[in-house]
Structures are given as C-alpha cells and as structure tokens.
Design a protein around this ligand. Structure first.
Ligand SMILES: *Cc1c(COP(=O)(O)O)cnc(C)c1O
Length: 300
C-alpha cells in the first residue's frame, strides 16, 4: 500500500487546522500566536505519532512486514497509535511495556489488548536496554521476521512524515515550538530546513541528553543549526506535574476551547507563556505551537 492508501484506510484527517489563539497571558497581544492542531488528525493515532509512523508503516507494508516489536510506558501514546494501526493493517504487534501493569491495566493497555497486541511487561533495567544492539539481537531471534520500532516511533524513517507538518503550513513563522520526548518530532522539524527557528520544550529532565538525541536523528546532510531546547518546564521529569500545571491546563481549555494535557502539550504551552511574559521572542513575531495530541494518555 502507498502512504496515501494507509492514511485513507486509517481515516487520518490531514491537513490538520492551523488556528490563531488569543490567550490572556501577559504580553500575548504583542505576538501572533497560532496552533497546528495535530491533535485532530485522529482520535487513536495521536498527533505526532501519525506523523512519525506514516512512512514507517508504508515501508513495512511495501516489504510485507507482518510482525513488529516496540516499546513504551503504561500510558504510551506511541503504543496506542501503533497498536491501532497494526490492528487495521493486519500486522502482529508485540509491545514491551515498562512496569508490571497486569493486575491494574491502564486505559491504554486495555485498548491495545483489545486490538490484538501482545503485551510483555519488563522491569526498568530490561527496558533501559531498548536501544542496545545485543538486546535487540535477542529480541530479533525471539520474534523472527519482526521489525523493531524504537520508543516513541523516533527513527530516521519518521522524519519525512514530520516534515509534512511544515509543508502543510499556510503562512511563514519566526518560531515553531514543539514538546520533546524521544526527539523524532523535533528532528523532523529541523530537517525541513526552513528558515524558522525550532524550539523544543523538554518534557523530561535531560539537558545535554535531549540535544544529543535530536542531533543523532537529524541527517548529517542537514546543516540547520537554528534550533534549541528549553529545559525549565519539565516540572521535575517525565509525566511529573504539580497543581500549577494542572490548573494551567484546565484554565487553558476554558479560555481557548480545546484540551491540552500535562505530559507534553501542557508543558509546551506553559513554557511558551513564560517566554512571552519574559519578552524572549522578537517583538511582533509569528509563533507556531505544534499540538502533538496525546489526550488519550491522560484518561483516568
Ligand atoms: C510522543 C509525544 C511527544 C514527544 O515527541 P517526540 O518525537 O517523542 O519527541 C510529544 N507530544 C505528545 C502528545 C506525544 O505523544
């Protein structure tokens, strides 16, 4: 199947809307703020996970790959998206899940089990080997003919789909902001080589580490150095939050009419509000935030 066939079979709603917002944040009136609503692409294949999986799924389909192995936490948006897609495309997925949730399934795990994914629970130490060559060899012998999809779907094959965010844009921007987890989304935006500055907002504690992760995914042929990652809105680490962040997300929804969640998009919008308040951006700039989706992950 071509990428178009796959998008059609999965019922993906591209292009996603690019909408202006007018939040009542201090100084917000000095800028032109827009949001790329990738959260609206699909209700199960969350935002940036579709962007990253699009050409990987096309590749697997063209090469008749019938079995995949991938990784994620108990609330993973990536596993949720991939599991749904595999169910529709008739691919067997095995999910290596960090932590023992068998006695207390999360909403994400309930969904993927219903979609026919085989779930293997692993401890932290095993999970930390998810990119080690020897561990991957072992997985490949346990699951012959399976392809391994890295955590978050972040791999070289993911970048082309992310670049399509840029190709869809209706106007030029001075800054594009995105949350950063496993780095593929930011790497894809950088690899588009547009003159816009790309700013990542770290969703976890990782100064240095995240920059390396993103750089390792950007192709060597790309000389775009116009990017940076901000590390002061992770709220203590991955999926960590406090009442300030929770009420920020709640208030944002009331004011702007759409949801953000505390793991990724909440931190993105919160960091943007702070940068605006500090007059960090050039006056009168056009600023685009990528709403990467992820709302399934915050179901109770
Ligand atoms: C996975 C995810 C991210 C992080 O994207 P990376 O490409 O892994 O850096 C951001 N937002 C949401 C909603 C996600 O699910």
């Amino acid at each position: 199947m071509t990428s178009l066939d796959i998008a059609e079979q999965l019922d993906i709603a591209t292009p996603s809307p690019e909408q202006a917002i007018y939040p009542t944040w201090p100084n917000a009136e000095k800028y032109h703020l827009f949001v790329k609503r990738d959260d609206l692409l699909h209700d199960k294949i969350s935002g940036n996970k579709w962007r990253k999986l699009k050409y990987a799924l096309t590749h697997y389909s063209e090469h008749h790959v019938k079995s995949l192995v991938s990784f994620g936490g108990g609330y993973s948006n990536h596993l949720h998206a991939l599991s749904y897609a595999c169910n529709k495309l008739d691919i067997q997925l095995t999910a290596m899940v960090r932590g023992y949730y068998a006695q207390q399934l999360t909403p994400m795990l309930n969904d993927v089990l219903a979609w026919g994914t085989k779930v293997e629970y692993v401890d932290k130490i095993t999970y930390s080997k998810r990119n080690d060559a020897t561990y991957l060899e072992q997985l490949r012998s346990e699951y012959p003919n399976a392809q391994v999809v890295p955590e978050g779907g972040s791999q070289t094959r993911a970048l082309r789909g992310v670049r399509e965010i840029i190709e869809e844009l209706q106007q030029a921007y001075d800054y594009i902001l995105t949350p950063v987890g496993s780095g593929g989304t930011m790497a894809g935006l950088i690899s588009a080589n547009c003159p816009t500055k790309v700013i990542g907002i770290a969703a976890l504690k990782g100064p240095g580490y995240l920059e390396e992760l993103v750089s390792s995914l950007v192709p060597e042929s790309c000389n775009n150095n116009n990017w940076e990652i901000h590390h002061d809105a992770h709220f203590g680490g991955y999926a960590k939050r406090d009442n300030t962040l929770t009420s920020f997300c709640h208030d944002f929804q009331k004011e702007n009419g759409f949801h953000i969640e505390p793991v990724y998009s909440g931190k993105l919008f919160y960091a943007t509000r702070n940068l605006i308040q500090q007059n960090w951006f050039e006056p009168n700039s056009r600023i685009l935030l990528i709403h990467t989706g992820g709302l399934q992950g915050s179901r109770p």
